[in-house]
Design a binder for this molecule. Sequence first.
Ligand SMILES: [Zn+2]
Length: 481
Amino acid sequence: MAKKTFYITTTAPYVNADPHIGFALEIVQADVLARFNRLIGAKVAFGFGTDEHGLKIYRKALEAKKDPLQYCKEFSSRFDDLKKTLNLSTTHFIRTTDEAHMKAAQELWRRCFKNGDIYKKNYKTKYCVGCELEKTDSELNAGKCPIHPNLVIEIIEEENYFFKFSKYQKRLLQLYEDHPDFVVPDYRLDEIEAFVKSGLEDFSVSRLKNKMPWGVPVPDDPDHVMYVWFDALVFYISTLGWPDEKGDYSIFWPGMQVAGKDNLRQQSAIWQAMLMSAGLPNSTQIFIHGFITSNGQKMSKSLGNVVDPFKLVKKYGTDAVRYYLLKEIPPADDGDFSYRRMDEVYNSDLANELGNLVSRLTTLAEKDEIKTIGNWQLTIDNRTKELFNSFQFNLILELIWKEIKALNKAIDDFAPWKKSPEERKDFLLQCFKTLKSISYNLQPFLPETSEKILKVIKGKVKKIAPLFPRLTPSPSQIYTI
Ligand SMILES: [Zn+2]
């Protein structure tokens, strides 16, 4: 029997700034799902990439007096660095300036065009360069984009190509009706359904090249380049080598996507309509996460409260940062990051509970020369599987931590250090059996830590170095965020 396959991607972030903690959350969530599916035996592809075209990036590159491609290359490598920093099990990565991706975007365009879904018309619109989206008056707040209040809304007036989004209203509603879990959480599905029901307007999918050259050339029309979203969304299949329909694409598509709440429309309506137009299968599912605030406030450069995932990992280590993102941030809702909470969680959950548990057990076992038996069978139980399938990462970690606490308590109650080696042998073996199951379940979340534990308790147990060394507090710790 062929192995079950699973394909997951994040969104492709714009390369106009360093990776921020919100994208770190998204890609760590996707990594947990990729690792979980591998653990239950699926063949997994996990893709991400960088979105490098459009007006915003073009202007940033000009501002920095850099060639746009060189500018993108520098930022793109920062995103690629996340792989190592966050210990991600990604298998595919593509830049939207890659030749292969641009060819895929052009092929998708041709198919939509052939299907009669791309046409030319004169148009005038209000446009937010920050979002790279058209804005209607009802979407503006006193004439400003609510997400980018510092930017001036621009007027675009030119003859462009349009995509017949309106044609797909019925089919999109049908898609949502046929797959009630197409978008998770369900209130996001309600949100997109209401948006599509309210009526869809065709949108512009090209820009005049002489005004904005930084895009994928429109096939057979040298005067136009593609609108950045139309090009970027194709990355979900260009990462799999599409339009070559024989390779990874044939094995892995359709797949699921993880995206932020600001991406709901693009992922669950626009991209799906584009796939329909090109005659390709729709995505299987879209999981939408929220935003992270910084100690209760929106992160912004001017407030100086932007949290840098690289700095965080440098201070606390990869698994501690993964743990915070997966346990402290409600998976589908907004959450908060603060250094105070990070320190608390690190000290209590990681250093005191998990770290201490492993350290006391392995210390005793080394002294007693304990050897564990290798044939304990491990599986992920059905309840945990269900929680994975509903993306409740924080609840799974809560369950695992209940076991860790129970094991610590059992050790305190039995007080093995007061017993003779003979008296405590069976007890320790039982503890290692539970610890092995805990570590097995922790693999998708804390891959490095669980690997260390599983290795040290295999066969003759050796004392382990502290998994989460205590933080050395500065004399007067001041928390600014
Ligand atoms: Zn905006």
